[in-house]
Ligand binder design. Structure first.
Ligand SMILES: Nc1nc2c(c(=O)[nH]1)N[C@H]1C(S)=C(S)[C@@H](COP(=O)(O)O)O[C@H]1N2
Ligand SMILES: [Mo]
Length: 309
C-alpha cells in the first residue's frame, strides 16, 4: 500500500487560501468586541465593502445565475403582487437609506442599528448559495452578508427567547404593490426558530453580485436561509423581535392550507399547486431534481426530526 506522507511545505489547500487571513481578522474582531471592532474597521474606511471576500466553503453544483435574471425576476409583492418581471421597474421611489434595523424583545441588550454602521462593523463575506422558490423555480447567486448569529450574539438573547420574528418595511408612497393588493396583512412578516437563526448558513444579506442589494432583491437588508423556500427569506427588514412562542407568518395567516412554519425544501412533500420533485432554474428553465433541504442537509438535518413541514 502506498501512503502519501505530507512534506512540511505541503500545507492543505484550505489553509493556503486567503480564507485563513480572513478568519484571523475575524477572531481579532470578536475578541475586541463590538466597539473595538468598529474602531478597528474605522481605520480602514478607504476599503470598499463590495465586493467582499468569497467564502470558499460554499460551492455550487451548477452555474451562477446571470445577474440580469436574478435582479429582473422577483417576488416582492409590496412592489408588484403578481408580475415578477415588473418588480424591478416599480422600485424607483423606494428609499433604502437612511435605514435602521431595530432588534428587540427577549434580549438583554436591545439595540437599533443604523444599516451603514452595521455593514461596516460586521465581517462581510460573499457566499454562493442555491435559492429555491416554492413555485419551483430556482437560481444560484452570490450573496454578500454576515451570519445572523453574529448579530444575535451582540444583543444577548434571554433564555426564554425561542424564536425570531422579522418584519419588512411597508411604505405606501414608495411601494406601489401595497395599494394594488390592500387585502394582504402588511407589513410582510416571517420567523425562524432560534437554532435555525443561529445556524451558520443563515445570513443577514446586504449585497448580491458583489454590490449592495438592489431594491428588488430586498435592499438594504434581508434574511437568507437557503434550505427553506424563498418566502422564508424576508426582504427590506426593519425589525427583528425575539419571542417565546412560534410566531405567525404572513403566509401562514394568508393561506393556512399551505406549508407550515418550517417550510424546508423537500422533494417528497408536494405543495397543493406544485409538485416539488423538480425545479426549473431561471432564466432558461433547465430541469433538475429537487434536493432535500435544497442540498444543505449536511448543515441543517441535525436540527430536525423529519416531521417539521
Ligand atoms: N417583504 C417581502 N419579502 C419577500 C417576498 C415579498 O413579497 N415581500 N417574497 C418572498 C419570496 S416568495 C421569494 S421567492 C423571495 C425572492 O427573493 P429574490 O427576489 O431576491 O429572488 O423573496 C421573499 N421575501
Ligand atoms: Mo417564493
Amino acid at each position: 500500500m502506498l501512503v502519501k506522507i505530507r512534506k512540511g511545505w505541503e500545507i492543505p489547500e484550505r489553509e493556503a487560501t486567503p480564507e485563513s487571513g480572513y478568519r484571523s481578522r475575524r477572531s481579532i474582531i470578536s475578541a475586541l468586541g463590538f466597539a473595538g471592532a468598529g474602531a478597528l474597521l474605522g481605520a480602514e474606511t478607504s476599503k470598499p465593502l463590495y465586493p467582499a471576500r468569497r467564502n470558499p466553503d460554499f460551492v455550487l453544483d451548477r452555474p451562477i445565475t446571470e445577474e440580469w435574471a436574478a435582479t429582473g425576476y422577483n417576488n416582492f409583492y409590496e412592489f408588484h403582487p403578481t408580475n415578477k418581471s415588473a418588480v424591478r421597474d416599480m422600485v424607483g421611489r423606494f428609499k433604502p437609506r437612511p435605514w435602521t434595523l431595530e432588534v428587540k424583545g427577549l434580549v438583554n441588550k436591545p439595540r437599533t442599528f443604523d444599516i451603514d454602521e452595521l455593514e461596516k462593523s460586521m465581517p462581510l463575506e460573499e457566499r454562493l448559495y442555491r435559492f429555491r422558490c416554492v413555485e419551483a423555480w430556482s437560481m444560484a447567486v452570490p450573496w454578500t452578508g454576515f451570519p445572523l448569529a453574529e448579530l444575535i450574539k451582540r444583543v444577548d438573547p434571554k433564555p426564554e427567547a425561542k424564536f425570531l420574528r422579522f418584519v419588512s418595511v411597508a411604505r405606501k408612497e414608495e411601494m406601489p404593490g401595497l395599494k394594488m393588493a390592500p387585502w394582504y396583512p402588511w407589513p410582510y412578516y416571517e420567523g425562524l426558530r432560534m437554532d435555525e437563526a443561529m445556524n451558520s448558513l443563515t445570513l443577514l444579506v446586504t449585497g448580491i453580485y458583489g454590490k449592495a442589494l438592489p431594491a428588488q432583491n430586498g435592499a438594504p437588508v434581508r434574511i437568507i436561509a437557503p434550505w427553506k423556500y424563498g418566502y422564508k427569506n424576508p426582504k427590506s427588514i426593519v425589525s427583528i423581535e425575539f419571542v417565546a412562542k412560534r410566531p405567525a407568518t404572513f403566509w401562514s395567516d394568508t393561506v393556512p392550507s399551505q406549508y407550515g412554519f418550517f417550510s424546508n425544501v423537500n422533494p417528497e412533500k408536494p405543495h397543493p399547486n406544485w409538485s416539488q420533485a423538480h425545479e426549473k432554474s431561471i432564466p432558461r428553465g433547465e430541469l433538475r431534481p429537487t434536493l432535500l433541504y435544497n442540498g444543505y442537509e449536511k448543515w441543517v438535518a441535525g436540527m430536525y426530526t423529519g416531521k417539521e413541514f
